[in-house]
Ligand binder design. Structure first.
Ligand code: R1P
Ligand code: URA
Length: 343
């Protein structure tokens, strides 16, 4: 097994920080050390938990740099990587840019690889299929949905970007024209105080959302007698740029300074009328908008599933015990691994 060190070699281009032999600045790995199928987790400590579920003895690469830990191995014979993003969409932006570089830059030819369908493919160039990159975020979250069971999985369909990371990227025309994304953005702007924030809308790739749901069903169908089912809810994910005021939490003297103090209550009431039917806001967390939006721009397939550790609406407001969240995360990892190799 190879293990990357923290120091980096000479990087000539400040706008494309990568060494001549193809090691990227933050991800600290080379193209062939990162699989096409990737589980993204927030917590670096979760990387080992996922890697422990890989095929025995299959981990062939590990790297640790800042909050970005990577392990690459196989699951049921298919190459898979697990990579921690740390907290926040700003980190995710770094991660997706460097995944793009690792997947699509040809370091031997010093040029971007042509894609399937391109008219001019230089002789000998390796053609790239963007849909070969598949990513599932496995995280934790809070929920504004009054009927959300504690420790259930919130599976993302649409996404409300309450952060501003992806506002630095132009929206694809196809996304701009999407009636469903317009509906999500309209409802949020008209029916919540988020009109004061420049929210954007995006969507998980349907194949990933459906793949996660199918894996959840199979997981529950194959439980040993007496084992508890893993509950799940499909809905919209609201991604925040912080944990406290950005998710409607008022702490101490900050209480009087919140711009959107009723965020949870407002999100608990909205419903989107989208192609799939009525959709509620299932969860609030800190990475999914950037994972889905940036993947969509590149033609990569991405989605997200998070364990609800904080139930913030409904009759009882609760936080999971570490036992409850530990079991649900274990289930989530199993389900995500099955989904990522099946989609
Ligand atoms: C906040 O506690 C962190 O937990 C959630 C949020 O998105 C944020 O990163 O996800 P992870 O458990 O994946 O880190
Ligand atoms: N992670 C979040 O971002 N929010 C929560 O409420 C819980 C976990």
């Amino acid at each position: 097994m190879s293990k990357a060190t923290h120091t980096h070699g000479l990087m000539k281009d400040p706008d494309l920080p990568v060494t001549a032999d193809g090691v990227t600045y933050h991800l600290n790995c080379k193209s062939d050390q990162l699989a096409d199928r990737i589980l993204l987790v927030g917590d670096p400590g979760r990387v080992d938990t996922v890697a422990a579920c890989f095929d025995a003895g299959s981990v062939r690469f590990r790297s640790e740099n800042r909050e970005i830990f990577i392990a690459t191995g196989t699951y049921k014979g298919t190459p898979v990587s697990v990579l921690s993003t740390g907290m926040g969409t700003d980190n995710v932006e770094i991660v997706i840019n460097e995944i793009h570089l690792l997947k699509e830059y040809d370091f031997e030819r010093c040029s971007w690889r042509p894609r399937v369908g391109d008219a001019d493919v230089p002789p000998g160039a390796k053609v790239f299929d963007p849909s070969s990159v598949k990513m599932i975020r496995v995280g934790t979250c809070g929920s504004p949905f009054p009927d959300m069971p504690l420790a259930a999985l919130a599976i993302t369909r649409h996404v409300i970007g309450m952060d501003n990371t992806c506002l630095y990227y132009k929206v694809k025309e196809q996304m701009q024209k999407s009636k469903d994304l317009q509906e999500v953005q309209r409802v949020v702007k008209e029916q919540t105080s988020l009109g004061a924030i420049d929210v954007y809308a995006t969507k998980a790739h349907p194949a990933i959302t459906n793949g996660i749901v199918a894996a959840c069903k199979a997981f529950n169908d194959n439980l040993p007698a007496g084992a508890t089912e893993q509950l799940y809810v499909v809905g919209a994910t609201a991604t925040a740029s912080g944990f406290y005021a950005c998710q409607g939490r008022a702490v101490g003297r900050f209480r009087e300074h919140l711009l959107v103090p009723k965020l949870v209550e407002e999100l608990s009431k909205v419903q989107f009328d989208v192609s799939e039917g009525k959709e509620i806001v299932a969860n609030i967390e800190m990475e999914t908008s950037a994972v889905c939006f940036l993947s969509h721009l590149l033609g990569y397939q991405a989605g997200s599933m998070c364990v609800v550790v904080a139930k913030r609406a409904g009759a009882e407001h609760l936080f999971t015990t570490s036992e409850q969240s530990g079991q649900a995360l274990k289930n989530a990892i199993q389900i995500a691994l099955e989904a990522i190799v099946a989609v």
